[in-house]
Design a protein around this ligand. Structure first.
Ligand code: HDE
Length: 753
């Protein structure tokens, strides 16, 4: 048997390294037999693809090349077969007793096909059901190795990753651009085992204790009777809960800010939220908070834009991510950490690091970059990958450990439990997307959907039948080594520490750190949401909460609701603002931004062509908009139309360019009526709508030649910020690009049109 095992390539590849075997042998134990012969069970390996069914296995669970060709078609073989591989002669007709007779139950193919279809859906995630994902790679900078032994953070180490972005409240088919927190969950397939960083785009959470999670989610989800509203917080039960449970104030304020309306998943920050404990090679510990910083900056939609998008393109974020990756515009984030000494009280500058409703301002603890993530491949099978991926904050590697944040503790229980019900049993780690890239020898056996064929007789420890194998790792390579943290000797209590009672100082810090336009958006968001509530008492209670954040915020929302302004019930604190919390005031790369170029058959097509090329060259995406589809112009360089007037809506474009008409062309066509863009009867109403929405949403608008007539008709002044008229198309684009680097023409808010 031993001889056979030695010859097997699987066993060879998995042979336990010599060093490990000797260094980790517990003292006093007999020397084990050589590992090659002693391996009790074959470590889990992916099963070979089924013949003629080269599905996910050919593309690798993590998008890495497996050597097998990427499947271009759904079919894995020439012949249609049953699930048992039997070739089929007909898949279009049920077996019947005569052409007009009854269908026969003996039709195995019918029953197999329909039964499989009946079970195609699995339970959607109870939260974060709506998501989109991508494969990528993470490269460590080596800057964290002083404080953590996590091998994937060492300089230059490349680790495959899979990232799933999500909304929280909506069901699987809900729209992308709702006002909500976004999930930002990353699976690092490290050589030391899988590490999941299961974070959000908001650095704090609604609750401080996991036991409140069902309460906040029941309050935020649709009302149980009619199951409405879908994917919204604008309803009584949500505001009822968050106004009573004031530890939710900070997260709720972030939700009412522009952060809850990302322009793109590619333009969102990510936060690990909890404080983690990093452990170095010598066992020394440091507390840390994880941050993802997007290379493209942090940008948001405006509320009206988000609402229109929900109807026009409910897949807006999903499409944006997939298109960018397909086009080679790979989104990137730097992973960073804020670090804090691991002191017994686990506070930093008076901030309780175990309280997930608190941030540590970046001005007090700068975010230090430790690696770069690049998303470079789209999933090929949404269900197999994005739907079946299973994250868990307890998936940790050596060098990264959890703290006693009570919210995190509950999560450590919840995620494993939910995967069992969602993925149908305890073997979900065998699903391709969830398979670790490190060798697995877990001695777990059986269970629903067991796909491994284990060998050996001793999947237990201690054993003598398998020579005492498998071995246990020493402190140098093992995870789950508890740092020797002193625990207070205490009675069992159901209570929170006194520091958790501060619910308003940090919301106030956030409010004071916002620019005027960001505050304006927050006021509008609260006013909108509370206007959707029916219960007067709920609105009034929310106003009392707002009074404890800031009098201006409270007053403006109260005015909008037509209610009186309550007095604060808590003293107002005076925190120093944290400029890092604001999304404004900096400039960012414009890569991947979408520029709509509005044109018409008699426009100056030469300038359209050249500006389109220039947009491309600048790394942005030009989309030509014309009255009808097809190709404009003749000759060497025709212009292909990507959007018709009927289908173009402002939400798709970060900026607009309006092509002018050369005088000669206008003359040649007799009159301005010939131009579909601007006729004597006025501009096409669809273009007028496009332009005025773009204006209201603070987007840059440029034009040359007689394009000014369209702006004039829309009531937009040429002198306004972000409006660029005249000159050549190239010069206009230059100015527009500059404006786009700041994301929007912020001083156009509040929009008057
Ligand atoms: Fe989650 N959360 N959560 N959560 N969460 C889930 O796990 C839960 C919390 C987060 O793309 C569920 O597989 C509890 C904080 C993300 O697949 C579930 C508590 C943060 C995702 C669950 C929290 C998150 C989830 C649902 C309070 C940010 C989507 C399906 C104690 C740090 C991951 C699933 C994906 C998903 C439970 C709080 C982030 C039910 C009990 C705080 C990004 O297990």
């Amino acid at each position: 048997k031993a001889k056979k095992a030695e010859g097997s390539s699987v066993t060879k590849a998995r042979t336990t390294p010599k060093k490990r075997a000797t260094s980790e042998q517990p003292p006093g134990r007999p020397t084990p037999r050589p590992p090659a012969a002693a391996e009790p069970t074959r470590p889990r390996e992916p099963l070979p693809p089924k013949p003629d069914q080269s599905g996910p296995d050919t593309v690798s669970p993590t998008g890495q090349p497996t050597g097998a060709p990427r499947a271009a078609v759904a079919q894995g073989g020439a012949y249609l077969t049953t699930a048992q591989g039997t070739r089929l002669p007909d898949s279009d007709h049920s077996l019947k007793a005569g052409a007009r007779g009854p269908v026969l139950l003996q039709d195995h193919h019918l029953r197999e096909k329909i039964t499989h279809f009946d079970h195609e859906r699995i339970p959607e995630r109870v939260v974060h059901a709506r998501g989109a994902a991508a494969h990528g790679v993470f490269q460590g900078y080596g800057t964290a190795t002083k404080i953590t032994k996590a091998a994937f953070l060492a300089k230059g180490v490349e680790t495959p990753v899979f990232v799933r972005f999500s909304t929280v409240l909506g069901s699987r088919g809900s729209a992308d651009t709702v006002r909500d927190t976004r999930g930002f969950a990353t699976k690092f397939y490290t050589a030391e085992g899988t590490f999941d960083l299961v974070g959000n785009n908001i650095p704090v959470f609604f609750i401080q204790d996991a036991i409140k999670f069902p309460d906040i989610i029941h309050a935020a989800k649709p009302h149980p009777g009619r199951e409405i509203p879908q994917a919204q917080s604008a309803h009584d039960t949500f505001w009822d809960f968050v106004s009573l449970h004031t530890e939710a104030t900070h997260h709720t304020l972030w939700n009412m800010s522009d952060r809850a309306l990302p322009r793109s998943f590619r333009m969102m920050e990510g936060f690990g939220v909890h404080t983690f404990r990093l452990v170095d090679a010598k066992g020394a510990t440091t507390l840390a908070k994880f941050h993802w910083k997007p290379k493209l900056g942090v940008h948001s939609l405006v509320w009206e834009e988000a609402q229109i998008t929900n109807g026009m393109d409910p897949d807006f974020h999903r499409r944006d991510l997939a298109d960018a990756i397909e086009a080679g515009a790979f989104p990137q984030w730097e992973l960073g950490i804020q670090t804090f000494p691991d002191t017994p009280d686990q506070t930093f500058e008076g901030i309780d690091l175990l309280d997930p409703t608190k941030i540590v301002p970046e001005e007090l603890a700068p975010v230090q970059p430790i690696g770069l993530m690049t998303l470079n491949a789209n999933p090929v099978d949404y269900f197999a990958e994005t739907e079946q991926v299973a994250f868990h904050p307890g998936h940790l590697v050596p060098g990264i450990d959890v703290t006693d944040d009570p919210l995190l503790a509950g999560r450590l229980f919840s995620y494993l439990d939910t995967q069992i019900s969602r993925l149908g049993g305890p073997n979900f780690a065998q699903i391709p997307i969830n398979r670790p890239h490190a060798p697995v020898n877990d001695m777990l056996r059986d269970g629903m959907h067991q796909t491994a064929v284990h060998t050996g007789t001793a999947p237990y420890r201690p054993n003598s039948l398998d020579g005492g194998c498998p071995f246990l790792a020493g402190a140098d390579t093992a995870a789950f080594i508890e740092a020797p943290v002193e625990l207070p000797v205490a009675q069992k209590v159901r209570e929170a520490p006194a520091s958790f009672a501060d619910h308003f100082s940090q919301p106030r810090l956030f409010w004071l750190s916002m620019t005027p336009v960001e505050r304006e958006h927050i006021v509008a968001a609260y006013t909108f949401e509370l206007s959707k509530c029916y219960e007067q008492v709920v609105k009034e209670r929310v106003l009392t909460v707002l009074a404890n954040i800031d009098p201006q915020l409270c007053e403006e929302v109260a005015t909008g609701l037509g209610l009186s302004v309550p007095a604060p019930t808590e003293p107002l604190t005076r925190p120093d603002p944290s400029p890092a919390l604001s999304q404004l005031g900096r400039t960012w790369p414009v890569d991947g931004r979408v520029i709509g170029i509005v044109t018409h058959p008699v426009a100056d097509l030469r300038s359209v062509r050249s500006v389109r090329d220039a947009v491309f060259k600048a790394g942005m995406v030009p989309l030509v908009i014309a009255p009808t589809g097809g190709v404009l112009g003749r000759g060497k360089n025709p212009v292909t139309v990507q959007r018709t007037f009927a289908a173009a809506r402002s939400i798709e474009f970060d900026a607009l360019l309006l092509a002018g008409t050369p005088e000669t062309a206008a003359d040649a066509h007799g009159a301005r009526d010939a131009k579909a863009g601007v006729a004597e009867s006025g501009p096409d109403p669809r273009i007028l709508l496009l332009v005025s929405e773009a204006y209201r949403h603070g987007k840059a608008i440029g034009g040359w030649g007689d394009a000014s007539l369209t702006l004039e008709a829309a009531g937009i002044g040429a002198e306004e910020s972000g409006i660029v008229l005249g000159g050549t198309a190239g010069a206009v684009l230059k100015q527009i690009t500059k404006s786009l680097a700041g994301h929007r023409a912020w001083d156009r808010f509040p929009a008057t049109l």
